[in-house]
Design a protein around this ligand. Sequence first.
Ligand code: WTA
Length: 647
Amino acid sequence: MSDRIDHLLNETRRFAPPEELARASATTAELYERAGEDRLGFWAEQARELQWETPFTEVLDWQPPHAKWFHDGTLNVAVNCLDRHVDAGNGDRVALHWEGEPGDRRTLTYADMTAEVKRLANVLTSLGVKAGDRVAIYLPMLPEAVAAMLACARIGAVHTAVFGGFSPSNLRGRIDDAGATLVITTDGAWRKGKVFALKPTVDEALREPGHGVTNVLVVKRGENDIDWVDGRDVWYHEAMADAEAEHVAEAFPAEHPLFILYTSGTTGRPKGILHTSAGYLTQTAFTHRHVFDLQPERDVYWCTADIGWVTGHSYIVYGPMANGTTQVMHEGTFDTPTPQRPWQIIERYGVTIFYTAPTAIRTFMKLGRQHTQSSDLSSLRVLGSVGEPINPEAWMWYRDVVGGGTTPVVDTWWQTETGAIMISALASVTTLKPGSAQVPIPGIEIDVVDEQGSSVGEGDGGLLVVTSPWPSMLRTIWGDDDRYRETYWEKFGDRYFAGDGARKDDDGEIWLLGRVDDVMNVSGHRLSTAEIESSLVAHESTAEAAVVGASDETTGQAVVAFVILKQRFADELTVEESEDVLRKHVAAEIGAIARPRQVFIVPDLPKTRSGKIMRRLLRDLAERREIGDTTTLADQSVVDAIQSQLR
Ligand code: WTA
C-alpha cells in the first residue's frame, strides 16, 4: 500500500468544472451549507422530494447501531419510480433503451414500464407472494430484471438479486439464508456471442429438498432448451398474458424492508445486507441527481454495472428511476461483437452521463484509443467511476480519451452497506483531483482515524469511518444482528467502520487506499479470501490453502492461491494438473469471478510462531516483490521453498 500512497502524494493536477456546468450550479454548491447548518432538516427536505402517502413527522430515530429514518411516514417505492412520472405527464419519456448483445433493441417508456410492473405485481400475488416474503432474482441484464425488482417493491416483497455468474451452491445458500419462496430467472442470455444458460443453475440449486421455493418464474430470452418442472415452473410471458393489467399499489412504512443483497465479508459466509425503503430511495435519488448533475428532461444516462450488484440496484433501478431518468441498459460484454461496442452505444443514444468501473477503463486503455475514436462521443458531459480506487493514469485517460479532455470525472466511493454514494465530487461544483474521491456528499459525515479511533491529521492515513447515521445505511445483516454490530460498530464505538484504508490530503480531502481486511476487490467485485480458502480445502486433494489478493494491472487485484496437497495427490498428479483442477473447482463452487488467476502448489505455508498464516508475505511473493519483514516467521526455510517453487 505504501507505493500507492507515495504515488498519490505526488498527484497535484486539478481540474475545475467546465463553465457551462459551473454556471448552472450555484444552488448545488449551497447544498453543503444547508446540510452543514441542519443535517436532519436537509435530509428531510430531500425525502420530501418523494411522493408520500402519509408524510413523516420524525426524521431520525437513532438507537446505535440501529437507525430508523422517516419512520412514521408511508410510501410505495415502485410508485415513486414509475406511476409518479406517468401522472406528472412524462409517460412518454423513455425509461430504458435496451441493447441485446446480438443487436436486438427494445425501448420502454415510463408508461410501458409502469404497465409491465403492474401486471407483474399481479403475477407475483397470484403465485402467493405477499408483503414481507422474499423473492430471489437470478436474472441478467434484461428489462425484466428491472421490472422484477420494482414489482417486488410494489407489493412489499423483499428481493434478493443473485449475480448471474454465481454457482448453484452459492445461489442455494442465498435462497436458504433469505428464505425465498419464489425464484425469477431466464432460460438463458447472450454473453460473448453465445447463449449462456441460467435455468439449469436454478434447477441444480433446488435439486436437494429443504428449501422453501414453490415456483420458478422463467423469462424467455435465450430460446435454449431447458428442463421443465411441472407445477413449479411458470413462463413469465404466459403468466403476464393471463394477468390483470390494473394494480392498485399499497403504501408501506418507510422502514419496510426493500431488499437483501449478499456481499463478501471477512469470513467464508456471505452477509445478507438489508436495506429498507424511504431512506434508501431518498439518498440514491439525491446522489444520482447531484453527483452527476442529472437533468432528467435531457440527459441520457448509462451505468454499465450488472443488476446483480449494488451499483445496479442503486444506480440503474432505484436512484435513476426515482428521478425519471432516461437510461441505456446493455446485455452481454463490452467486447462483443466488437471492442467498439460501448462507444457505438454512446453515439447511437447520445449518452450524456456514463458511469463505469476502473477495471473497465483500464481494459479500454489496453485495447487502445483507436476504438473510441471511431465513434462520436461529444454527447458525453459527465463521467463517473465506482468500485475500486481509480489510479490517476486511468482517470486522466478517461477524461482525455473518452471525455474529450474537458468532461469531469467523478470518483464515487460507497459500498453495498452504505446503499448510496457517500464520498464523491459533485460534477458541477468540485475542482477535481485525479484519483481522489475527495469529499463526503452533503449530509454525510466521514472521518479517517487511527487504530485507537483518533482523527488523523491532514497528510496522514488511517481507517475510514462514517461518524453519523445516513438515510441509505444498511439496517442489519439479515438474520444476524450480532454480526452486524461486531462487523461495523464495535471497533470505533458508534461510528461505522467501513473496512477501507484512506488518507487525508493537505486540504483535508479523502483518498481511498483499498481494503484493510481480508476482502479482495477483483474487477470491482468483492470476494472474501476466507470463502475461497474454504472452497479450496473442501476439495479432496487439498491439505491446506491460503488465498491473497495480488495487484493486477487490469483487474485491480487478482486471486492467488497457495495450496498444500495431500501426499497421495501430490504423488499422483503433476503440479499443472493440480493447479488446473483447483482453479476449475473454485469456479464451479463459487463462480467464475472467484477463479484464481494462479494456484501455486507449495510444500508449506509461512506462519507466525502462533500459527497464523502470514498473508502479507504471501502477497509479496505473489507480486514478486522483495519480501517484507520476516522476523515473526516461525520457519524461514518455508519461504525459500516457496520461492524456489515460484521460479
Ligand atoms: C471499494 C460497490 C475506492 C471499497 C459500490 C469498498 C472503492 C468496496 C470505490 C465496496 C472508490 C468502491 N474508490 N474504493 N470509488 N468504490 N470501492 O460493496 O473497498 O461491491 O469498501 O460496493 O469497494 O464494494 P461493494
